[in-house]
Design a protein around this ligand. Structure first.
Ligand SMILES: C[S@@+](CC[C@H](N)C(=O)[O-])C[C@H]1O[C@@H](n2cnc3c(N)ncnc32)[C@H](O)[C@@H]1O
Length: 289
C-alpha cells in the first residue's frame, strides 16, 4: 500500500487548463449519452443518496442532480473544476451537496452512506486502485451500487490506414499514464479486484466507437492527440520526429473518406456492495467457516 507521502506526490497528468476544459466538454457531448444509459440501467431515482468522484466539468454531475431531484456529493481534486461546478450547481435550485476538494483517498467520506457512487475516467489515472476501491465500498450502504466507466483495452485505439509511428504512440501514451501510477487499460483488470474490496460485479457493458473523418469520435481523439502531443513526444519510443510524422499522417487521413478511427474500448462496470450476511458462518453453530 502507498504511504500518505507517496500519495501527496500524485499529480493528475491532464490538469485543469482552459484547453483541457474544452477537450472535456467535447468529450462529454460524445459520451454523456452512454452515461445516461448506465443511469437508466442502475435506475437512479429521486431521493437516492449519490456521490460522484472526479466530475471535472460536471455535465454528468448536473444530470445526476436532475435524476435524484436534489444535491449530489462529489470529490474533485482540482480547485478550478470544483469551484466552477459548485457555482453551476447553485443554478438549478436542487440544493447543495457536500464537496471534498481533495484527492479521493484524502477525503473523509461517511461510512455506509451512499446508494450510488459514480466515476468516469478517473480510475485510469490512479495509483493503488485497491485502496480506492476499498474506500468507495466502505462509503456505500450494503446493497448500494458503484459504477465505473473507464478504458478496458486502450490497445483497441487504432487509426486506419495505420501510420508507421502508431505503436510507438500507444507505448508513449501508456507510459504517460503510468508515470503517476495509472493504468490506461485499468477497467480490464478491475473484476478480480472488486471481489477483494467486497464488491460484486453485476454488469459489464462495452462501447467500441468507430468513426470517419469529421465524425464526433474522430474529432474527440484528434483533440486528445493535439493536447498531449508535445508531452508524449518526450516519452520514448515516441520522439519529436515521430510525433510530427504521425500528426502529418493523421492530417492526411482526415481527407481520406475511407479512413477510420477506432476509439479505445470503454466498459461500464456496475458493482454492488455485499449485504452483510451470515454466509461465512455456519448457520446452526454460528462458527466461522
Ligand atoms: C479525465 S477527467 C474526467 C472528468 C469527468 N469524470 C468526465 O468524465 O468528464 C478526470 C477528473 O478526475 C479528477 N481527479 C483525478 N484524480 C483524482 C483523485 N485522485 N481524486 C479526485 N479527483 C481526481 C481530475 O481533476 C478530473 O476532473
Amino acid at each position: 500500500m502507498k504511504s500518505r507521502r507517496d500519495r501527496s506526490q500524485y499529480q493528475y497528468v491532464l490538469g485543469d487548463s482552459q484547453s483541457e476544459s474544452r477537450r472535456l466538454d467535447l468529450q462529454a457531448q460524445l459520451w454523456d449519452p452512454i452515461a445516461h444509459a448506465l443511469f437508466d440501467r442502475v435506475q437512479v431515482k429521486p431521493g437516492m443518496k449519490v456521490l460522484e468522484i472526479g466530475p471535472g466539468r460536471g455535465s454528468v454531475h448536473l444530470e445526476l442532480r436532475k435524476r435524484v431531484h436534489g444535491p449530489v456529493d462529489f470529490v474533485e481534486r482540482s480547485p478550478v473544476f470544483a469551484e466552477a461546478l459548485r457555482m453551476r450547481c447553485m443554478e438549478d435550485g436542487l440544493g447543495t451537496g457536500t464537496l471534498w476538494c481533495s484527492d479521493l483517498l484524502d477525503s473523509r467520506l461517511p461510512d455506509a452512506e451512499y446508494d450510488f457512487i459514480y466515476t468516469r475516467w478517473v480510475f485510469c489515472f490512479l495509483p493503488d486502485v485497491e485502496a480506492h476501491l476499498r474506500k468507495l465500498a466502505a462509503a456505500l450502504r450494503p446493497g448500494g451500487c458503484l459504477a465505473i466507466q473507464d478504458y478496458s483495452h486502450r490497445e483497441s485505439f487504432a487509426l486506419f490506414p495505420r501510420p508507421a509511428e502508431w505503436a510507438d504512440f500507444l507505448a508513449a501514451d501508456r507510459a504517460f499514464f503510468a508515470a503517476q501510477g495509472g493504468d490506461i487499460s485499468v477497467a480490464g483488470g478491475l473484476p478480480s479486484r472488486f471481489r477483494t474490496a467486497g464488491l460484486l460485479l453485476t454488469d459489464a457493458t462495452h462501447t467500441h466507437m468507430v468513426g470517419g473523418p469529421g465524425s464526433a469520435v474522430w474529432d474527440w481523439l484528434w483533440q486528445y492527440f493535439l493536447s498531449v502531443r508535445d508531452r508524449l513526444a518526450d516519452i520514448l519510443p515516441l520522439t519529436l520526429v515521430k510525433a510530427a510524422a504521425l500528426e502529418a499522417a493523421w492530417r492526411e487521413a482526415a481527407n481520406d473518406p475511407l479512413a477510420r478511427i477506432a476509439a479505445p474500448a470503454v466498459v461500464d462496470l456496475i458493482t454492488v456492495r455485499h449485504e452483510p450476511s451470515i454466509g461465512t458462518q455456519d448457520r446452526e453453530t454460528g462458527l466461522g467457516t
